[in-house]
Design a protein around this ligand. Structure first.
Ligand SMILES: [Zn+2]
Length: 428
């Protein structure tokens, strides 16, 4: 057995406070820990192999541990690793940057994705939910990471997203075109057969499709119902790329589990989402990332549509918060991408925090909220005994300011340190 004890740190997780986390805790699991837990000053965390064996005040933990090596974190704040719920490691937007990814051979593509996975983990994102990846390369990457042949976060993936013929994202191999009830049933089964943990459907137009607009409905009700029933029968949740309120309202009544973007929610639809337990991954960055679009050579028509949708997108997000919808971190941009002085995952979390969620809510939206949606909260999402030791450390307090995550300088996944800036570690 491999033991190590982390000392000289303050442990903070999403149980430590915040209206949203308290409310969500109450909703998700009766008897959830009260707010006194989840925050321990002068703490120690005992890690045995890949899981947490004890956590608490330093003296108490050290009494029990014995001779294990100590790992001093110099007074850092330790939180669970971040979870990014809207990731594409094989993203290719219109423009020359995207074209270079689209033109890769399968071999090149999977190496490109492995590089992105490693960068993502080094940012402190220890789990991702992929919501459309090319050619099922995500399953090969996940196997490589799980067997230790590649470095990266834990991957939950939808495989290819299901679209109607000519629908949102049909241009690239990260979607599968389906039509009609049989088509969508077959689409769901095809992804499940490949290993999908969840299903992604495109139910409206979006920003990146030239021949559609954000509010173009794309699936008929029977197609949505077919995808939802088939996925649920196989125990898979369904998330939908969706913009307009009417389309979202229809899908929510049919049992949709999560909405991506939600550019144009109304208070009524947000209320129904909250009542039905449909989560929102707002991906606020996609309507405010001109610098990223310029870098990739994204054409003007798409930039105009994206940036033009920004103000309504923020209003929509505020409506979701008001209604009490469970909102979750998701960048859409590659999670590791350098953006506005940090990476896309942290920048998105800052936007969510500033947009009304606040630091405690943001910590929940970036850790415990996502793993609950994924059904992985027995293993991930808090610093508790029995869970995987997926931990990150920073010098500032993330419950005081979400920008603390800009300073992540140490990352552990499954009990193994994968980044430590003090050892001369350099981002590459
Ligand atoms: Zn996306």
């Amino acid at each position: 057995m491999n033991d190590v004890v982390i000392v000289n740190c303050t442990v903070t997780d999403a149980r430590a406070g915040g209206a949203q986390s308290a409310k969500a805790s109450a909703k998700a699991s009766a008897g959830a820990p009260k707010s006194a837990e989840g925050r321990i000053a002068d703490a120690a965390v005992w890690i045995r192999d890949d899981r947490i064996a004890a956590v608490g005040p330093r003296e108490q933990v050290l009494e029990r541990v014995g001779e294990a090596p100590r790992l001093d974190l110099d007074g850092a704040y330790v939180t669970p690793g971040l979870v990014n719920m809207h990731t594409h490691l094989s993203l290719s937007l219109p423009g020359q940057g995207g074209d270079s990814v689209k033109n890769m051979t399968a071999h090149e593509l999977v190496l490109y994705m492995a590089d992105g996975a490693r960068r993502t983990l080094h940012c402190g994102v220890t789990t991702v939910r992929c919501v459309a990846e090319k050619e099922h390369a995500d399953f090969a990457l996940r196997r490589a990471i799980e067997s230790g042949r590649a470095t990266g976060p834990r991957i939950f993936t939808a495989g290819q997203a299901l679209v109607c013929t000519g629908g949102h994202g049909h241009e690239a191999s990260d979607t599968m075109e389906c039509d009609g009830v049989d088509g969508f049933r077959r689409g769901v089964r095809t992804q499940v057969k490949a290993g999908a943990d969840l299903i992604k459907i495109m139910i409206s137009g979006g920003i990146a499709g030239e021949h559609e607009s954000i509010d173009t409905p794309q699936l008929f009700s029977d197609e949505m119902a077919a995808a939802l029933q088939t996925a649920h029968a196989w125990g898979r949740k369904v998330t939908a790329h969706a913009g307009p309120a009417a389309v979202i309202a229809e899908a929510v009544e049919l049992g949709l589990d999560c909405v991506e973007h939600g550019y144009q929610l109304t208070p009524e639809v947000a209320k129904r989402m909250a009542e039905r337990g449909t989560a929102l991954v707002p991906t606020l960055l996609v309507t405010r990332c001109k610098e990223f679009f310029d870098e990739l050579g994204v054409p003007q028509w798409m930039q105009c549509r994206s940036l033009g949708a920004g103000p309504r997108h923020l209003e929509s997000y505020a409506m979701a918060l008001d209604a009490g919808v469970d909102v979750l971190l998701g960048s859409d941009m590659p999670p590791f991408w350098d953006f506005e002085g940090t990476n896309a995952s942290v920048r998105e979390l800052e936007c969510m925090s500033e947009g009304g969620l606040g630091p405690a809510g943001a910590l929940y939206a970036g850790t415990l909220g996502p793993v609950r949606w994924l059904g992985a909260d027995a293993d991930l999402g808090t610093v508790e005994v029995g869970k995987y030791a997926d931990l990150i450390a920073m010098d500032a307090d993330p419950l005081a300011d979400t920008s603390a995550f800009r300073g992540v300088r140490w990352v552990m996944k499954g009990g193994r340190v994968v980044r430590d800036d003090r050892s001369g570690w350099e981002k590459q």
